[in-house]
Design a protein around this ligand. Sequence first.
Ligand code: ATP
Ligand code: MG
Length: 356
Amino acid sequence: MKLKKPVKELKLSVPVQDTSVSSFLTASGTFHDGDLLLNQKGLRLISDDNDSPPQPAESKEFDLQFSLEDLETIKVIGKGSGGVVQLVRHKWVGTLFALKVIQMNIQEDIRKQIVQELKINQGSQCPHVVVCYHSFYHNGAISLVLEYMDRGSLADVLRQVKTVLEPYLAVLCKQVLQGLVYLHHERHVIHRDIKPSNLLVNHKGEVKITDFGVSAMLASSMGQRDTFVGTYNYMAPERISGSTYDYKSDIWSLGMVTLECAIGRFPYIQSEDQQDWPSFYELLEAIVGGSPPSAPPDQFSPEFCSFISACIQKDPRDRSSSLDLLNHPFLKKFEDKDIDLGILVASLEPPISFPR
Ligand code: ATP
Ligand code: MG
């Protein structure tokens, strides 16, 4: 065989890099070159390791300058009644965030009020409440830059596992309760929409509450401060019936979510069969007028049954507070057992494939 003549070495002339400052400026006016970052907050050293995959933001102190132009969309990760949630990456730092975009046609004064409220809610000081890093109002939509939770929501988990065992439930409830204690006792707010899709998980087994303030925001955008947008399934009877309600309405919702995880179906239905689902009005009637669901004592530990009963009481005065529940024997029972929720979520398909 005739050997090919060695290919003549090709010389490429690489254009000289434009070193003018403008080529390093991001849309938010931040100067970035290698490990150096200069913005209004001063000069900082940042890691620019291109070999490691982008990571979700870890620190609550994360203080990047954000502009929507600094974020690139990777994919849509969820849709709710209010809008779309996308996985986005900060173009030059590589950090991942969840960007929630809520379309709303609202008047100028309500928009200002909402943005103001969002700013107050920003920067959670609790490891069990999803951090909202930034919020924008742009082109008729509110955009929230949220901490990205890479294992999706408890609703995603429940789509893959039939039931969640008691030890995992204890670890899950403890984290949700720590988030609720923060919201109820430090921030003095009621979440109003505790449900599986608002409890997010990550690969480390951390559970965090999200959408705090969002339902109130959507309601106020429609001119009625307390109109509810979303599902009524987890709503406490006093809210459905229009009575006054307080922090304890979140406790009812937590009890309903926990019981659903344990028995593998929504507690007000007998089976997952579509035929068994009550109509909207039947459901409201059952929650307000019927006896509350409970954990079957022949299938669950006395501690678990007692925990559910402490949450699902029709009279809010009979329900325990988030602070009391943190000391409940059901949580104490598994405290020193080193149960890792990360192992449970690691065994599941991630809700989305990791971007390559
Ligand atoms: P609704 O709008 O009716 O309350 P929802 O809570 O499912 O329903 P969204 O809050 O818009 O609607 O969220 C949609 C989905 O996006 C969630 O179920 C979850 O899987 C995903 N998601 C939301 N926020 C994040 C986040 N910070 N990190 C990762 N995934 C998220
Ligand atoms: Mg939500």
